[in-house]
Design a protein around this ligand. Structure first.
Ligand SMILES: *Cc1c(COP(=O)(O)O)cnc(C)c1O
Length: 229
């Protein structure tokens, strides 16, 4: 986007939402996917409340946050006001934050170990909240990245099933230096092997590549809100 577009000092968040949603609809069509098959998770981490209010004003209701504390700051009050807001946790979760996460979020996308699955399942039972969860897969097998290794996915999935944690899909963040499509294709294959419906993959730079490969959720931040500060 050119600097000139912002020369009036206004943000263009609602225009960005319209443009990105149009791109998603077009990519769905080109890929022969049903209209609405791909849902937009608007990633609001590090954004101001004003920017978030603008996104809400545009009519959007599905958001993603990567930290529990920041998500509470952003959303605890707004979620009371707009009961139709849905919030996905897309960042790593410490077990000592599971209670707050289960209270605030509507989907946990980053289940990646048995201990976390156990704590989440117990907390959901306690709170009477049966949230859908995704397993995060470290498709690039990167040391520093969260997510279960592809070879350990099935064991973790079976464990989640055995404790009644409602796993409905998979999520990945491809390595920065590799073609993302390879990782999207791998994630789709893994989901198919476990008959899981949901695929959370694709961010600002590559969500259009994730759509033909089966994404049901794309997680887009900067392309909607502008740069993070
Ligand atoms: C920040 C973040 C995104 C959004 O990234 P953009 O490049 O700003 O679209 C998506 N997924 C996860 C897990 C993130 O942490």
């Amino acid at each position: 986007m050119s600097a000139a577009r912002y020369a009036d000092g206004m943000s263009h968040i609602s225009e960005n939402f319209t443009a990105i949603k149009l791109q998603i609809r077009k990519a769905e069509k080109q890929a022969g996917r049903e209209e609405g098959a791909v849902r937009l998770v608007a990633v609001s981490k590090t954004q101001t409340i004003q920017a978030i209010e603008e996104a809400l004003f545009s009519g959007h209701r599905l958001f993603g946050e990567n930290k529990v504390q920041e998500a509470q700051d952003h959303w605890a009050v707004l979620k009371e006001k707009h009961q139709d807001i849905k919030l996905h946790l897309i960042g790593p979760l410490q077990t000592n934050k599971a209670k707050e996460a289960v209270t605030l979020f509507d989907c946990i996308e980053t289940v990646d170990r048995e201990k976390l699955a156990d704590v989440l399942a117990a907390e959901m039972k306690k709170q009477g909240r049966d949230l859908p969860c995704f397993i995060q897969v470290n498709t690039g097998e990167e040391d520093q990245k969260a997510g279960v290794l592809p070879e350990d996915l099935e064991t973790l999935y079976r464990h989640c099933q055995s404790i009644g944690l409602n796993i409905t899909g998979l999520m990945c963040i491809p390595p920065l230096d590799e073609p993302p499509a390879l990782h999207f294709a791998l994630l789709a294959k893994l989901a198919k092997s476990l008959s899981l419906q949901e695929l959370s993959m694709g961010m600002s730079a590559d969500f259009l590549k994730a759509i033909p490969l089966g994404a049901t959720y794309v997680r887009v931040g900067t392309a909607l809100f502008g740069n993070r500060y």
